[in-house]
Every structure is written in structure tokens, then in C-alpha cells.
Design a protein. Structure first.
Length: 357
């Protein structure tokens, strides 16, 4: 987690009134001689026009939606604020952030570590799925944080006075979780403050050994009946997510090097921020520049960029540090330049619940 870029000082009790006294509201325009000058700090309730029309507006939090090969990558990742990244085709969400509506559709949540910007919405995710009539979610997490997470969820059960269902699966680095016959999730040891894991979504295929390729169907069936091992296992890391991590041995893991899509953080880009990267156990662009030549990924998606730099500046620094050849298959998750409007986020979630509210 990155520390906030700017400390916020709470306003003093009279700041609001003082600002209005210094900056009165002027109806119409300042150069209109018939303008009515209003000062909300001195107006009485009787002077306020309660029949004035209500002015409507709305605020939007933008979430990324990338089409990368056969998969969509949907989410949000800003250092210290929120990280939640969904692969809808594989029914998996990496971290849960503040549990945006689209994340409810994923049955599997892979938590990288216990920092608030990655796990804050976990209880809400589980409660909302229960409210929507969906089955309990399955949560993969580092085994060291299993107990505190369970304690948190039990507390929310008591607060809500309902038995929200869930399935917690604690894992250590190097273990696998079987999702289905052709898909496993394998964990990787990452290098962040405290227990942390990365996750690789691995396609598993059984292929006929070359020596049996010329055989006909009945011959292959007969060999199977005889107990002959005629196939071999092929594993292809499709998507690997590293959560928050510093540079280290995780980047020499085959599931990282060979993943078709690698989701890796790169929090800091400024030369003066290397000390921050070291203190927070995060990746700096100088570390990434050293790592990139060893990777064989088709696509690299950078996440968790600090607001201290911003995406435009980060893109410029990346280009300067690694050159065009290494940069061409790198995308910033939160780069909205040239992005199209993909519609209302609420439409990406489950249908409205048919349950008492």
C-alpha cells in the first residue's frame, strides 16, 4: 500500500461559513445590475427559495475494461486506494478492493495480501452475493491471514445477524487449487510487507504422446484398457497476477516468465521514489526495466501506479527507461487515453435481487 500523496487537514468549524462570507453567491451574472447578491452565512431560512428546481449531477468512478486475446480484464488499481481485477471468462477476481458491482459475478476471489485497499470489500461481496440469492463465494488467501479474515467475517455475521455463506481456502506458496479438470490456480511467493501471494491461472491439457499419434481409435482404446499411459500433461499459464511485490525471485518463476498475460504492479516511477519503493516493498520502474528482458509474456499489464506520478508521466518514463521494443507489449491498466465508453458498470453485475430489502 502506498502512503497518501497529500495529508488532509480537517477544516475548522467556522471555515464553511467564513468562506461564504468572503465569497457570496451571486444569482445571474456579476455585471448584471439587477443581480441579487446572497450570503448563505447571513441568510435566514425564510429567505431561501425552497421552490427552486433541484440541480442534478452525478460522479463516475472509471473502471478499466481491456480485451486481451481471449480474455477481458476488468478492474481498478491505484496504489493505496483500491485494487480489484476480474477475469470474467475464468470466473476469477484478483483481490476485491471495495467490491464493485461487477465483482459479485465471480465465484472465486484470490486475495494477494491483507492490506485494506485489496480486501476492504470482502464482507460486502459475500453479503451481497447472499442477498442476490447466489452461492457463497470461495476465497483463496495466504494461510497466515486465514484466522484474522475469519474473525472479521464472523464479526460481520454477528453485526448483520445472518449466516452469510463462504468458503475460505488457505494456501501456501507453490500449492494449487483445482477449479475444474482443465483449470488450476497455482500460488507464488511474492515479496511484500507481511504474507503475500501471487496467483497463476493455469490451463491443463492432456495430449496424446507422439508415438501413439498414428494409431486408430480402437487401438488407443485398447491401450487404455491395458492401463498404458498414452497421454502427457501440458500446463499453460494463461494469466498470472502478482498483487503487490518488490523485485525478487518471483520474477524467475516459470508461471511469471511464461504467462500469456502478466499482471504486475509498478508503483513508483520517479527517480526520487526509490526509497519509497524499498520501504513499502513495491516495484520501481528501474527494477522493472531490469526484469523485462527476462520475460516472455505476450501481454504485460501494469497495475498499482501511485497518484504521485500519474499515468501520462509514467508512460513517458517507461518509454525512456525501456525503449520501444520492450514497451510495445506493455499496457497500463488505468490508462484511459483513447478508451471507449463500455456502458454502465451496474450492467456488468448480477441481475436485481428478488429478495426482501
Amino acid at each position: 500500500m502506498d502512503e497518501p500523496a497529500n495529508a488532509v487537514t480537517p477544516p475548522t468549524p467556522n471555515t464553511h461559513a467564513a468562506s461564504h462570507a468572503q465569497n457570496p453567491i451571486i444569482d445571474k451574472t456579476p455585471d448584471d445590475p439587477s443581480a441579487i447578491v446572497r450570503n448563505p452565512a447571513t441568510e435566514s431560512p425564510a429567505d431561501i427559495d425552497t421552490h427552486a428546481p433541484i440541480e442534478k449531477s452525478f460522479l463516475i468512478q472509471r473502471f478499466a475494461r481491456l480485451k486481451v486475446g481471449q480474455f477481458h480484464i476488468v478492474g481498478y488499481s491505484v496504489a493505496g486506494e483500491e485494487t480489484v481485477i476480474q477475469i470474467p471468462e475464468l470466473d476469477v477476481c484478483f483481490d476485491i478492493g471495495r467490491a464493485p458491482h461487477f465483482a459479485l459475478t465471480s465465484n472465486l476471489i484470490c486475495l494477494s495480501h491483507g492490506h485494506m485497499d485489496h480486501v476492504a470489500g470482502l464482507a460486502y461481496y459475500l453479503s451481497q452475493r447472499s442477498f442476490q440469492g447466489m452461492k457463497g463465494g470461495t476465497i483463496l488467501l495466504p494461510r497466515e491471514i486465514e484466522l484474522p479474515v475469519l474473525n472479521m467475517l464472523r464479526a460481520w455475521r454477528d453485526i448483520e445477524r445472518q449466516q452469510t455463506p463462504y468458503n475460505i481456502i488457505p494456501l501456501a506458496a507453490g500449492q494449487t487449487h483445482q477449479v475444474r479438470r482443465d483449470l488450476v490456480i497455482r500460488t507464488l511467493e511474492t515479496h511484500h510487507g507481511g504474507p503475500s501471494l501471487g496467483y497463476s491461472l493455469v490451463s491443463v491439457r492432456e495430449k496424446l504422446k507422439p508415438e501413439y499419434l498414428p494409431l486408430q481409435g480402437p487401438q488407443i482404446a485398447e491401450l487404455r484398457r491395458q492401463g498404458v499411459e498414452i497421454t502427457y500433461r501440458v500446463e499453460v499459464p494463461m494469466v498470472t497476477f502478482l498483487g503487490d511485490t518488490a523485485a525478487g525471485t518471483v520474477f524467475s518463476n516459470p508461471d511469471v516468465i511464461n504467462a500469456q498475460i502478466l499482471l504486475t504492479e509498478c508503483t513508483f516511477f520517479e527517480a526520487g521514489h526509490k526509497r519509497r519503493a524499498k520501504a513499502g516493498r513495491h516495484l520501481h520502474i528501474d527494477h522493472l526495466a531490469d526484469i523485462l528482458p527476462t520475460l516472455k509474456n505476450e501481454h504485460i499489464i501494469l497495475t498499482h501506479v501511485s497518484r504521485r506520478t500519474g499515468i501520462r508521466a509514467a508512460k513517458r518514463i517507461l518509454r525512456r527507461k525501456v525503449g520501444e521494443q520492450l514497451r510495445k507489449n506493455i499496457t497500463f491498466l488505468m490508462d484511459f487515453e483513447g478508451a471507449a465508453d463500455a456502458g454502465d458498470m451496474e450492467a456488468q453485475g448480477p441481475p436485481a435481487a428478488d429478495a426482501p430489502e
